[in-house]
Structures are given as structure tokens and as C-alpha cells.
Design a protein around this ligand. Structure first.
Ligand SMILES: [Zn+2]
Ligand SMILES: [Zn+2]
Length: 319
């Protein structure tokens, strides 16, 4: 986004790259399923499957009554590895011999699949092809001359050329509640697409009319729409942002004083945990030196008083 803004202002000159490599794309509502694309691609080489999450069953329901599987503490249960007892996401306690709290049935129904579960399903669908799992804990490497299916989380994809690319969990990755979710999904997907050989097959788990699908098909790596949204929302790269956190009382007081100044845009304060609040201050690029001076001043006062009242994050990468 930052670079795109600089291209738009003319500060960086964009050199168009001629894209001679052609791929065949399939989408969620298209004719070919992900399995069909894998089957076709395996005839020509390795297949990479990109997924959002590690684990096996990250959220599951009771298979009989479809109630959510919860721990006694109210936390969601997850199954980290196949054939292991569910573990609570919040308190980490194990639920051996899990039974549904409502109907006492004991069969889980998985609604948020992790990569291990995907691997199990793919393995069943393609017996005889080795399925490898690559994630932040262990990045696998591919040797030449072997045909394999690799299932990987973002950033752990083995460097190789692929005959087929299956981009799963599109909705989930694109809609995560972080500022840069769309941007990072775009970046990741375009990066992976560049590793697919000429005439290779690519499956996108989004509907055909999704803006990202349309951009991928047109090989349009920039998104003016996302950039416009950022500008309208007064966010980076058009505004500079400082997140201030500290004790609720102190943050509230600070926010009141800032409001009187009326120099900056203020969002919050909002309570993030017990007695801890967060305040977001925004300013245009042109007036951002005022914000830097203000933060400098507060930090100076803090060091004179010898205690840290606030924590500052200036232009945090994500919000
Ligand atoms: Zn039940
Ligand atoms: Zn618990």
C-alpha cells in the first residue's frame, strides 16, 4: 500500500512487466473443484496447497446436535493432533473422553479445519502420492524429480516450481480482523502464483466476482480500491498513526487533554483489558511532525518522572 501510494504520487516510477506466463484459473463457484485441479496438476509435477491454519480441528461441534464443543471454563475446544484429546484454547486443560454437554454424543464435527486435517483428506483422495506438511515449526524441502503434494501455511512454502497451486481458506485469510489482512493475502497469493510453471493450474477458494480473483486473473497486483478505502478511513499510508496504551485513568485524562487541543484525530480510548486502555491518534502526513513532537514531549516528561505511564507504538505495522 505504501509503495502504491508513492507510485500514484509519481515519486516512484512503475515499469510494467510483460507477463508471458499463462496459467489456468479455477474458482470456488467454477466448474473444477480443488481436487480436480490437484488431480490434473499431479500429472505435471508438484502441487502446493496453501492453508490458513496449523493444527487438526481448530473449532468443532457435536456431530449429532451441532452445539459448539466448549470447555468447562467457556473456552473453545480444539484438537491439535489426530487421535489426541481436545484441549481448551483458553485454559489449556484437556478434555479426555469428550462428550457433548447437551446430548452426550461423542463424535466431533469439524468446522474450522487445520492443515493436518486437510492433509488427511488429501491423502485419502490421492493414495500413492506423498503429502508433506510445511509450517513455521518445520519448513520442508523438495528434491528434484519427485512428485509431491505440499500443504503449507503462509510463509512456510518450500521454494520450488509447482505444476499446480491450490489457494484454500481465501475468505478466512482475506477477512481477518487486521488492517493488513487483504493486503497480505494479495501479496502472498501473487507471490505463490509466480512459482507456478507456464500453463500450470491454479485454484482460488473465492467466488469468481471477488475483487482479488478478478485482479489475479488480470494480473493486476495493485489495488486502487483498497488504497481508496484506506484514504477514506484515514489510515496508513495517508495518515500516520500512534497507538498509546496505559492505565485507563491516565489514558482517559490524556485523551481529554488532546481533545481540547483539537490538533489530531482521536479514536477511543477503548478498554483492552482490565484497567488498561488504548488510544489511537491519527494525523495527516503533512502535520505528522506535530504528533512526533507531542510524543517526544510525553516521553521526555516520563523519563523526568522516572516512570513509564504510557506505551507508544508509532505507525504500527498492523492495527
Ligand atoms: Zn450434542
Ligand atoms: Zn478451558
Amino acid at each position: 500500500m505504501e509503495i502504491q501510494r508513492l507510485i500514484n504520487t509519481g515519486w516512484i516510477k512503475e515499469i510494467p512487466i510483460s507477463n508471458l506466463i499463462k496459467h489456468t484459473f479455477s474458482v470456488l463457484d467454477g466448474r473444477d473443484s480443488d481436487l480436480a485441479v490437484i488431480r490434473k496438476s499431479l500429472k505435471n509435477g508438484n502441487v502446493l496447497i496453501s492453508v490458513a491454519d496449523k493444527g487438526y480441528a481448530n473449532v468443532f461441534l457435536c456431530a449429532k446436535c451441532r452445539n459448539l464443543a466448549l470447555c468447562d471454563c467457556g473456552g473453545k475446544l480444539q484438537i491439535k493432533e489426530k487421535a489426541t484429546a481436545p484441549i481448551c484454547k483458553l485454559c489449556d486443560s484437556q478434555s479426555k473422553n469428550w462428550k457433548c454437554k447437551y446430548c452426550l454424543a461423542d463424535r466431533p464435527y469439524v468446522i474450522a479445519k487445520g492443515m493436518d486435517r486437510t492433509a488427511e483428506e488429501i491423502g485419502k483422495a490421492f493414495p500413492g502420492v506423498e503429502v508433506l506438511i510445511s509450517n513455521s515449526e518445520h519448513v520442508v524441502q523438495l528434491r528434484e524429480g519427485e512428485v509431491k503434494i505440499v500443504i503449507s501455511t503462509r510463509g512456510a512454502e518450500p521454494v520450488s516450481n509447482y505444476a499446480g497451486l491450490i489457494l484454500l481458506d481465501g475468505e478466512k485469510m482475506y477477512n481477518q480482523p487486521y488492517l493488513r489482512a487483504e493486503e497480505l493475502t494479495r501479496q502472498n497469493w501473487f507471490g505463490l502464483i509466480s512459482r507456478v510453471v507456464a500453463d500450470g493450474d491454479i485454484y482460488l477458494s473465492l467466488l469468481n466476482n471477488h475483487p482479488l480473483v478478478q485482479d489475479v486473473i488480470r494480473n493486476e497486483r495493485k489495488s486502487q480500491e483498497l488504497l481508496n478505502q484506506r484514504e477514506a478511513a484515514k489510515l496508513t499510508p495517508f495518515y500516520r498513526v500512534c497507538v498509546i496504551s496505559g492505565e485507563t485513568k491516565a489514558v482517559n485524562e490524556f485523551a481529554n487533554n488532546l481533545q481540547k487541543l483539537a490538533t489530531f484525530l482521536i479514536v477511543g480510548p477503548s478498554e483492552v483489558s482490565k484497567n488498561q486502555s488504548e488510544l489511537i491518534i491519527k494525523t495527516t502526513l503533512e502535520t505528522s511532525s506535530n504528533l512526533v513532537e507531542l510524543i517526544d514531549e510525553v516521553t521526555r516528561l516520563q523519563s523526568i518522572k522516572g516512570r513509564d505511564i504510557f506505551d507508544f507504538r508509532f505507525d504500527p505495522y498492523d492495527l
